[in-house]
Design a binder for this molecule. Structure first.
Ligand SMILES: NC(=O)c1ccc[n+]([C@@H]2O[C@H](COP(=O)([O-])OP(=O)(O)OC[C@H]3O[C@@H](n4cnc5c(N)ncnc54)[C@H](OP(=O)(O)O)[C@@H]3O)[C@@H](O)[C@H]2O)c1
Length: 322
């Protein structure tokens, strides 16, 4: 089979397209014919060598959608449409950047949908993260004001749409004024240009602060985001787009406003319930949710796809098809 192999940690050019043996199905695992997969920022960190415990060479890719090629347990029939995410995929064992992927049956979720594979490929990891952050961590409620820090990321764009469907007011941030119209078109009520601090702009819009913050930039902006919440507001840190994993100084009594709350979302495959995924795909089919797919690459162009992600050129999800 054809696979994109990360031979050693480094820049996008360490990824090479090679012919390798197709994996053989084994007990407890499912062989999937990969039809599409989304690119994820965590794969950029893995490629650079920043994911602990990852050994190279490795076929990366923490998610994929496709059809069951073989399930030795006979639970899933050949041709069944499935998604697979996380659980060590593309890190501890080879992942989705290939024509076939052999993954543990525990991370395989069957679904029914007539959406194109390129659309389906954008869904699993993105939906799991957004749904887990907004519903489980932030417990969003209609009428609340939500600040999305890192609004142009694929996670941020989908979060905005799901929050709008639920009846929240959304403020999205970007560092790039040229992306403002894309955020408004995606449904944001307000766009704030993020030059490191957004408190003044947010407080100008909402003097009492916002109810919830989805923090996707991470530790670099976390203190500033905490200052944007009102009484009993909640900040959920889900992303680390700012590339800084640890905070040098954090003084809880100063940095968290009185009665404010700080949480994180680091969910995994077990958080993606089959019925939630199915329900979401049906909403996409009905046109109630529009997936922002920025660009579709072929597997042969994995180096270009990783460079495109690295250059922050996307305004939504990058999808790859084998
Ligand atoms: N917790 C979880 O379970 C989970 C799961 C999946 C993803 N994530 C995280 O969620 C975040 C979003 O992922 P994604 O795949 O949606 O990202 P993405 O689409 O690749 O995000 C791209 C956007 O990030 C912004 N950005 C890039 N570098 C930045 C920097 N240094 N400072 C501020 N903004 C920067 C840029 O926005 P502008 O140029 O418009 O400012 C760019 O448009 C990532 O940190 C990812 O690791 C978490």
């Amino acid at each position: 089979m054809k696979a994109a192999i990360t031979g050693k940690p480094g820049d996008p050019t360490v990824i090479q397209i090679k012919q390798v043996p197709t994996p053989t199905a084994k007990s407890g695992w499912v062989l999937i014919k990969v039809m599409a997969f989304g690119l994820n920022r965590s794969e950029l960190f893995t490629r650079r060598g920043d994911s602990p415990g990852v050994q190279f060479p490795r076929i990366q890719g923490i998610e994929c959608v496709g059809m069951v090629e073989e399930d030795p347990s006979n639970t899933l029939q050949k041709g069944q449409k499935v998604a697979a995410i996380m659980g060590g995929m593309g890190r501890e064992f080879d992942g989705g950047y290939a024509e076939f992927a052999l993954v543990p049956s525990a991370i395989v979720i069957p679904f029914e949908s007539d959406l194109p594979w390129t659309t389906l490929g954008a869904v699993p990891e993105m939906f799991q993260t957004v749904s887990g952050s907004l519903n489980e961590a932030l417990e969003m409620q209609a009428g609340e004001r939500l600040l999305i820090r890192g609004g142009t990321s694929s996670i941020g764009m989908l979060a905005c749409q799901l929050a709008k469907v639920k009846g929240l007011t959304v403020i999205s941030t970007t560092r790039n004024p040229d992306k403002k119209s894309a955020l408004l078109h995606n449904g944001a009520d307000h766009v704030v240009i993020d030059e490191g601090s957004v408190i003044e702009q947010v407080r100008a819009l909402f003097p009492n602060g916002v109810d919830k913050v989805l923090e996707l930039i991470g530790t670099r902006t976390l203190k500033d985001s905490l200052k944007c919440i009102g009484k009993k507001g909640v900040v959920c840190m889900t992303g680390i787009l700012g590339n800084e994993w640890t905070m040098k100084e954090f003084t809880p009594m100063d940095d968290i406003p009185s009665t404010g709350r700080l949480t994180v979302y680091t969910g995994g495959s077990m958080d993606l319930a089959q019925d939630l995924l199915q329900e979401f795909l049906e909403e996409v089919e009905k046109g109630n949710v529009h997936l922002n797919i920025d660009r579709i690459f072929k597997l042969d162009a994995m180096v270009e796809a990783h460079q495109y992600m690295e250059d922050n050129k996307a305004k939504g999800k990058i999808v790859v098809t084998p």
